[in-house]
Design a protein around this ligand. Structure first.
Ligand SMILES: *[C@@H]1O[C@H](CO)[C@@H](O)[C@H](O)[C@H]1NC(C)=O
Ligand SMILES: *[C@@H]1O[C@H](CO)[C@@H](O)[C@H](O)[C@H]1NC(C)=O
Ligand SMILES: *[C@@H]1O[C@H](CO)[C@@H](O)[C@H](O)[C@H]1NC(C)=O
Ligand SMILES: *[C@@H]1O[C@H](CO)[C@@H](O)[C@H](O)[C@H]1NC(C)=O
Ligand SMILES: *[C@@H]1O[C@H](CO)[C@@H](O)[C@H](O)[C@H]1NC(C)=O
Ligand SMILES: *[C@@H]1O[C@H](CO)[C@@H](O)[C@H](O)[C@H]1NC(C)=O
Length: 430
């Protein structure tokens, strides 16, 4: 038996089983076409349409497609020709002579958020009728850009140095916002020199963060906090002083201004940002401020550990040629050489090496931290052109009170070295 014959037989069997008119009138789907499928965005440069996808029996063609919103008819297509707009409220909002698919509702820009609602597509044939509904959600969030700024407090204050120099806090300019910054709270110790520690002061480690959104409809869910580049989203919420304000027309605006954030509270390779979601839609917008190199360098600076854990073991850490990042890490104070840490035991304490009690040291250990290095290394004089070994914290001694034989020996060495140094210093200075 040939294939065509078999198909013909199958068709006969089916025709016998299924009563005429063969297929039922059926709406497969009512959907939004154009941009996102679950909301219509006002201001998006997109041709949106509400599509009613149906199938009719072959012998009972469609006679009418009627669209209602909240039960009120506004658009009708009579099976052929052009559709008719039935509700004057929709005149100019929907296309009454679409190039194709006249059974569907084609929205005309500019769109308006009062198009939201429950729409129904009703399909009529001579013998049957059916309907299906669709809830159209509208998002209106693009009337003007979202403004977010993050700046270093230190930069703001240095830009306005002339204002701050007077030290007065009366804020006579009447702007209001400047009053949020307590100018007396942040001292700047401007001691810059080769051997002097240059610290990042509090004001340099404080970010000043502001947000203001345009009118957004409907009420948005705004989450502000730590933005992660990995997730491309806000991963840790901060209260930030965010307030939502409702306009008489039902739109909302979200804002906060001059919120102070400590750089050290922000994980590296994170930024400050907000995500704006519209509940019950997939609408999501993530906002971050324009990249500010100053802020980025404050957040992402590397550096070697501040050796707090070493100090906790009872060792004395003295830094030179060092500056501290906002996270308390150490960086070289200048480009000419590394930061150097000298580790020693307090006076009348002895170093004991847990891994080797017989081991001694010269009373101290010098470590260096070069720019962009991964950590502290044993200090090697620059002439050797060789990197010292990375510091292994386990190789550091603990300090115990008293003198051991070995330690007093090294203590003597130490005082001899000290004496020689003093004599030499005296000789060279005179
Ligand atoms: C829509 O269809 C349902 C069930 O098919 C029916 O009960 C209802 O009356 C219809 N609504 C309209 C407005 O035709
Ligand atoms: C500096 O002060 C001026 C007015 O005194 C103000 O308009 C400006 O916003 C201030 N700059 C910053 C970064 O705060
Ligand atoms: C600045 O120096 C003074 C005196 O040396 C000191 O008391 C003050 O704590 C320093 N300020 C900061 C922010 O380190
Ligand atoms: C708002 O969005 C955050 C995620 O950004 C979510 O965790 C939270 O549940 C949402 N809140 C509401 C009320 O939808
Ligand atoms: C609602 O009112 C606000 C404030 O007047 C305005 O900025 C916004 O454009 C209005 N929204 C609409 C959709 O008219
Ligand atoms: C969102 O959906 C939930 C249930 O899914 C409903 O209770 C709530 O009213 C809806 N919110 C809006 C704004 O439509």
């Amino acid at each position: 038996m040939g294939v065509p014959l078999r198909l013909a037989l199958l068709a006969c069997v089916l025709a016998a089983l299924v009563p005429a008119p063969g297929l039922m009138l059926d709406i497969l789907e009512v959907s939004l076409e154009g941009g996102s499928t679950d909301y219509l965005e006002v201001g998006a440069n997109v041709d949106y349409s509400l599509s009613c996808e149906y199938r009719t029996p072959y012998d009972d063609p469609v006679k009418e497609v009627l669209w209602t919103r909240f039960g009120k008819p506004f658009y009708k297509w009579a099976g052929t020709g052009s559709p008719t707009v039935l509700d004057i409220a929709f005149l100019g909002l929907v296309n009454s002579s679409p190039e194709k698919d006249p059974q569907n509702v084609h929205f005309i820009a500019p769109l308006h958020y009062n198009l939201a609602g429950t729409y129904m597509c009703q399909v009529f044939t001579n013998k049957a009728t059916t309907n299906a509904s669709y809830t159209l959600r509208i998002v209106d969030a693009g009337s003007w850009p979202i403004v977010m700024t993050v700046e270093a407090l230190g930069k703001i204050m240095s830009e306005n140095d002339t204002d701050t120099a007077s030290g007065s806090s009366d804020g006579g300019d009447g702007a209001g916002d400047s009053g949020d910054i307590d100018q007396n709270k942040y001292e700047v110790n401007q001691t810059i020199g080769n051997d002097i520690d240059v610290g990042f002061e509090d004001k340099d480690c404080t970010l000043v963060w502001s947000l203001s959104t345009p009118a957004i409809y409907p009420r948005p869910n705004v989450t502000c906090g730590h933005y992660s580049f990995d997730h491309e989203d806000v991963v840790q919420r901060l209260p930030a002083g965010l307030t939502l304000h409702k306009y008489p027309n039902g739109s909302w605006t979200a804002s906060f201004s001059n919120t102070h954030i400590q750089v050290s509270s922000l994980p590296k390779s994170h930024r400050l940002g907000c995500s704006i979601r519209i509940p019950n839609t997939s609408y999501k917008m993530v906002v971050r401020p324009q990249d500010d190199l100053w802020v980025e360098s404050l957040i992402d600076t590397g550096g070697c550990s501040g050796l707090q854990d070493v100090q906790e073991r009872g060792l004395i850490v003295e830094m030179r040629d060092a500056t501290y990042t906002c996270r308390g890490d150490v960086l070289p104070a200048s480009r000419s050489g590394p930061a150097v840490a000298t580790i020693s035991c307090p006076e009348s304490y002895t170093a004991i090496f847990p891994d080797n009690p017989r081991k001694t040291w010269g009373g101290s250990l010098e470590l260096s931290c070069a720019e962009n290095d991964v950590g502290w290394r044993r200090y090697t004089p620059e002439e050797t052109m060789r990197l010292g070994d990375l510091m292994n914290p386990d190789s550091l001694p603990i300090c115990v009170r008293g003198h051991s034989g070995a330690a007093s020996h090294s203590g003597n060495l130490c005082s001899i070295t000290l004496a020689v140094t003093l004599v030499l210093g005296w000789l060279f200075h005179v």
